[in-house]
Design a protein around this ligand. Structure first.
Ligand code: SF4
Length: 476
């Protein structure tokens, strides 16, 4: 079977797709190799096509891969993911060397795109030869046979792609991402995701529990729940208990310490959900709630279905009913027509509320979205200025909040092996890959181990800590 090297771009949802595709390829018998040593027959790039910047990054990587192919370093180039779903065959104008395109609704076809055979044909070949090793099957389909597997059928995700079991995971084994739903039914005017990922499909509770058990058996003590809009969980299934029911059920699992909810849409956040987060022992006291803006006119133009007053009331409720909660959000700077006063509204809100973590995206003018057709688009330089001002506002907030934690005792999870005895770790209010971290100085640990620490200082956004039971005189 052809050996495969894999590049995964974009967000954790795309990472789950990458892990699933790697699992399918490994199951089919393809050796998975690092691209760096030049031993791969096929290179798969799982792309992100959400924003212009991510598209540019993906095309740059594909052009480099096309160079590898023309030098004979790889035999075949396969492109998967959001960019395929968005641009389809148009991607070939930018990178004609691509051999196969696999859209997000067709990820089960990755085996065919890489080997030229379906998993069933591979199994039959193996059975006929009586060996799993000697399936001299193929080194990929003949050159020139472009495969385009990017059609969307309403049932295709449900039938073929829904299960994320049997993944070959790319995260460290102690934490994992679990996709609870795919697609989105919201209609935010700046967003391309519903047109790429389709309408919302929730997985059933049983299926999510089975996936969670598999991840726990594979070593995960932290499970991060993903979906484009996690607060709408279960509505499409007619599942009455919704997100709160799912969280309470997941909380009964043995072996998991932290269950973390990502991407909570604000207008559908109910009191039952807040109670479930507050009451469930293993649900991390962490809310990732993308707010996008705070000014009412801009929120309306974004079609966010929530006002400033409602947002403030919800945030207040989250803070009072979930003691110690960490709140992360994202905002968009420079939405079409955003006035200087509306920008100041957002800046002052950021300064005043004190989010634990915050990201700011420059507005990206995406063709096909309602915002693209709006008037009064702002010049890129002004958008960049506004992004910078918002990020600097948050920096002051975050540094102050971090400094105020000095002396606090926290339970952290070790995230990796440290350099010079200093281990990167996180407390339950810090999500992997996107948030600040805690550096633990002193002791010897393994990733996934929980340690009680005392905060001794800060380094920019990060916290510096010592084991709570030890007293070290020097902290690097
Ligand atoms: S909720 Fe999120 S994914 Fe859905 S349309 Fe709005 S921004 Fe896009």
């Amino acid at each position: 079977m052809p050996s495969v090297s894999f590049v995964s771009l974009g967000c954790p949802k795309n990472l789950v797709d990458s892990e699933k595709m790697l699992g399918l390829l490994a199951e089919a018998g393809c050796p998975i190799v690092s691209g760096a040593d030049g031993s791969a027959d096929v290179l798969v790039v799982n792309t992100c096509g959400f924003l212009a910047a991510s598209r540019d990054e993906a095309v740059g990587i594909l052009k480099e891969a096309a160079g590898q192919k023309s030098r004979g370093e790889i035999k075949r180039l396969v492109v998967a993911g959001c960019l395929v779903q968005r641009d389809g065959r148009g991607l070939l104008d930018a990178v004609p060397e691509v051999d196969a395109l696999v859209g997000v609704h067709n990820r089960a076809d990755i085996v065919r795109a890489v080997t030229g055979k379906t998993p069933t044909q591979i199994r039959k070949t193996r059975a006929a030869k009586g060996s799993t090793k000697s399936a001299a099957a193929t080194q990929g389909p003949p050159a020139g046979s472009l495969l385009f597997l990017g059609e969307y059928h309403a049932s295709s995700w449900v039938d073929a792609n829904k299960s994320d079991t049997a993944r070959l995971r790319l995260t460290p084994s102690h934490y994992a991402y679990l996709r609870m739903s795919e697609g989105c039914n919201q209609k935010c005017t700046f967003c391309t995701i519903p047109s790429i990922r389709g309408p919302m499909h929730s997985k059933g509770v049983d299926e999510i529990m089975a996936e969670a058990r598999e991840l726990i058996a594979d070593g995960a003590v932290e499970i991060n729940l993903l979906g484009q809009d996690t607060t709408s969980y279960g509505i499409d299934l007619g599942y009455g208990p919704g997100l709160s029911g799912l969280l309470r059920t997941l909380n009964t699992l043995d072996g998991v310490e932290w269950i973390r909810l990502m991407y909570a849409y604000p207008s559908d956040f109910t009191d039952e959900m807040i109670d479930a987060i507050a009451e469930c022992e293993h649900v991390a006291k962490y809310i990732d709630i993308p707010l996008q803006h705070i000014n009412d006119r801009v929120l309306k133009a974004m079609y966010r279905r929530v006002t400033r007053k409602q947002t403030e009331a919800l945030l207040e409720k989250l803070r009072t009913r979930i003691p110690g909660v960490s709140i992360r959000t994202t905002f968009i700077a420079g939405f079409p027509g955003e006035t200087a006063a509306e920008h100041r509204d957002l800046r002052d809100f950021i300064r005043g509320f004190g989010f634990d973590m915050l990201g700011v995206f420059p507005y990206s003018n995406e063709p096909g979205t309602p915002a693209h057709r709006m008037k009064s688009h702002l010049p890129p330089e002004l958008i960049d200025e506004r992004v910078e001002e918002l990020m600097l506002s948050q920096q002051q907030v975050a540094f102050k909040r971090a400094a105020a934690r000095k002396g606090e005792r926290l339970r952290v999870m070790i995230d990796g092996y440290g350099d010079s005895g200093v281990y990167p770790a996180r407390h339950q209010g810090q999500a992997p890959d996107v948030d600040s971290v805690v550096y633990v100085d002193g002791g010897e640990y393994d990733p996934g181990q929980f340690v009680d620490v005392k905060i001794a200082g800060t380094r920019d956004y990060d916290l510096l800590a010592r084991p709570a039971t030890r007293s070290l005189s020097v902290l690097r």
